[in-house]
Write a protein that binds this ligand. Structure first.
Ligand SMILES: C[S@@+](CC[C@H](N)C(=O)[O-])C[C@H]1O[C@@H](n2cnc3c(N)ncnc32)[C@H](O)[C@@H]1O
Length: 223
């Protein structure tokens, strides 16, 4: 398999690769909310008149962010390429008692469409290796899902998240905040709230703290 293949169909595709990754064990992620999302979403304004805000999580994995947002009062839709991840997300939302506020759909974000518009669209570590995805195109399409007055948050690994990387991942080119911002192809109706690197202390599965670097892009649709 070529390291920079971008197909999402057939054997050796991104879907196949992620399915295999999720099949390794139950719970490949921590199940906890990502730190950047918790910071950003926690500071967003509440809906006028106390209405329920809607969020969309792109590449939601096993649903940690979806469940957290629902617990904060959002109605949340999670999309992921992997059926296994989507099933785990649904299960996590039931365990947390937020299944009424959440929905999960298995789909390829390169082609997925919706007429719905969201107050928050978030993509946390929507990065794929060794089979790459059309990430810039997926991020550009994501701008179309944001409601007027809503936000789009793109959080990415800007550097290897740990030292023990498989060879294929060592070849992966991590995005800068400016590259992710450019990928959005924003017109004048958007405000850039943040496009920056944020260092963070993460914990390995063995419990050892280590520094990681996140790229954070937060934009707001003005009209
Ligand atoms: C590194 S994981 C991050 C998962 C989750 N957001 C988190 O922070 O734990 C990347 C996720 O993106 C999903 N993904 C990759 N390409 C995708 C695509 N084209 N459409 C939808 N999901 C995709 C993968 O299945 C995987 O669950």
């Amino acid at each position: 398999m070529h390291a920079h293949e971008t197909t999402t169909d057939g054997v050796g595709s991104a879907r196949g690769w992620w399915e295999q990754r999720y099949a390794e064990r139950d719970g490949i992620w921590s199940g906890r909310v990502n730190a950047v999302l918790a910071d950003v979403a926690g500071a967003l304004p509440t809906a006028p008149g106390g209405g329920v805000r809607r969020a969309l999580d792109l590449g939601c994995g096993e649903g940690g962010d979806v469940v957290w947002l629902a617990e904060q009062g959002w109605d949340v839709l999670g999309i992921d390429l992997s059926v296994t991840a989507i099933k785990r997300g649904s299960r996590a939302s039931v365990s947390a008692g937020v299944e009424e506020q959440t929905a999960f759909v298995a789909a390829d974000l390169a082609t997925w469409e919706t007429a719905a518009r969201f107050d928050l669209v978030t993509a946390s570590f929507l990065q794929s290796w060794p089979v790459e995805i059309p990430r810039a195109e997926i991020l550009r399409r994501a701008t179309g899902f944001v409601a007027v007055g809503g936000h789009l948050l793109v959080t990415a690994h800007a550097a290897p998240p740990h030292d023990d990387l498989p060879a294929a991942m060592r070849e992966y080119r991590f995005p800068t905040p400016d590259e992710d911002l450019s990928a959005l192809q924003l017109d004048g109706s958007w405000d850039v709230v943040a496009a920056e690197l944020r260092p963070r202390t993460a914990t390995t599965p063995d419990g050892d703290p280590h520094e990681v670097l996140d790229s954070v892009v937060l934009v707001r649709r003005g009209r």
